[in-house]
Design a protein around this ligand. Structure first.
Ligand code: GLA
Length: 382
């Protein structure tokens, strides 16, 4: 990232020296749509990040400037409203959460930009929320604990961006650790760092360059569908509070009382948690090939049972499956576009990328992008 560009823009606009904060995007190896069902996820922070330059301005006004959109907004701390521009909401939402949490903020100026592709499923919005939460905590000496920052950032997404997201993206952005994935239990929030040792393989992301517009509405619908399934199981098993507490046997007991759609949504989530746990054992044993099979299984479930994939993602995973140099691939993130994550033999990756680019162009007429990411530390000062 070009930190100097952000700092220079800040000086040009506001004439003072800012504090710089970086906040990474994330990948997720396996465990998709499990976080808001209290399940497990296996994300990692990556070397694509949002950078925020911030300084106090001794007023009640906050001035924001987005380098990527080349747009500015200003707002008063006492009068926070979601903005119809979209991008300011991630910061506004965080300011709102901090104030509701009883923290005293003052006016500030902020310039931000980054190299996380937007809409690619790499959580640029969570990176911005977490970066803003951390930057404000530092700037105003609030000493907000990391877990609390994560929760405020997540809540900002619920309230100002309107997506009822789980905790995975914000958790990965803040807690990331170089060369490690995070195995997070979203029920207890216990987590452990998991060395990401992929042997002869490496992670390659293929970006479909599409983001179908149903993404956020369908996301919220999936959440509700899972809740409906849980409510039915709970009638028989009052101790159940989320799909994490539900076994396949329990789900089958209510099969005739729920719609086939709700059944397959719930079944997917229960199976995905199982794939993740088994997948972690396989990674620990260094069995990357078998782990890759779990990734393919995850994709199939996301596509057929959870129905959050799209033709572009299915096409790219299909290509990977037919290439013996790719041991695993699946769609990543919320779905309906964005990236696939692929485990590719390092010495064969160029050929795979070339093949995928050409085939994708031929099929959809779109230039695909590709990213080779490194796993990094979470949100912090620059
Ligand atoms: C989005 C959400 C996350 C998670 C994923 C799907 O990235 O923000 O909370 O639910 O989708 O796994």
């Amino acid at each position: 990232m070009n930190y100097k560009l952000i700092e220079d823009k800040f000086r040009e606009l506001y004439g003072s020296k800012p504090m710089l904060v970086r906040s990474p995007g994330r990948i997720n190896l396996i465990g998709e749509h499990t976080d808001y069902n209290n399940g497990f996820v296996l994300p990692a922070a990556i070397d694509k990040e949002m950078v925020l330059a911030v300084a106090k301005n001794e007023s009640e006004t906050c001035r924001l400037y987005s380098l990527d959109y080349d747009e500015a907004v200003a707002f008063n701390l006492q009068d926070l409203q979601p903005s119809d521009k979209g991008w300011p909401n991630y910061i506004l939402g965080v300011v709102d959460q901090l104030q509701k949490g009883g923290y005293q903020l003052g006016g500030f100026d902020c310039v931000f930009g980054g190299d996380i592709p937007i809409g690619a499923g790499l959580s640029s919005s969570a990176a911005l929320e977490c970066g803003a939460a951390y930057a404000l905590s530092q700037l105003f000496d609030l000493n907000v604990e990391k877990l609390q920052l994560i929760k405020y950032a997540q809540k900002a997404e619920h309230t100002f961006a309107g997506v009822q997201c789980g905790i995975m993206d914000q958790f990965a952005s803040v807690m990331g650790k170089e060369a490690h994935a995070i195995r997070l239990d979203c029920r207890s929030l216990d987590f452990s760092y998991f060395p990401l040792e992929l042997g002869a393989y490496q992670i390659v992301l293929l970006d479909t360059q599409v983001k179908h517009s149903l993404a956020s509405s369908e996301y919220n619908t999936r959440r509700q569908e899972c809740e409906q399934g849980v409510a039915k199981v709970k009638e028989k098993h009052p101790e159940v509070n989320s799909l994490r507490d539900v076994t396949l046997e329990m789900l089958d007991e209510v099969k005739s009382a729920i719609s086939p759609v709700i059944y397959k949504r719930c079944r997917y989530v229960i199976e995905e948690n199982d794939r993740l746990l088994k997948g972690c054992d396989l990674l620990e044993q260094g069995n990357i090939k078998a782990f890759g099979q779990k990734m393919y299984g995850s994709h199939q479930g996301l596509s057929e049972q959870y129905e959050v994939s799209c033709p572009e993602l299915d096409f790219l995973v299909g290509l990977a499956k037919n290439n013996s140099n790719v041991v695993g691939a699946r769609m990543m993130g919320g779905g309906f576009g964005g990236c696939t994550i692929n485990l590719v033999k390092s010495d064969q990756k160029e050929a795979f990328i070339e093949e995928a680019k050409q085939a994708y162009k031929q099929q959809f007429g779109i230039e695909m992008k590709t990213y080779e990411v490194k796993v990094t530390d979470g949100t912090g000062r620059r």
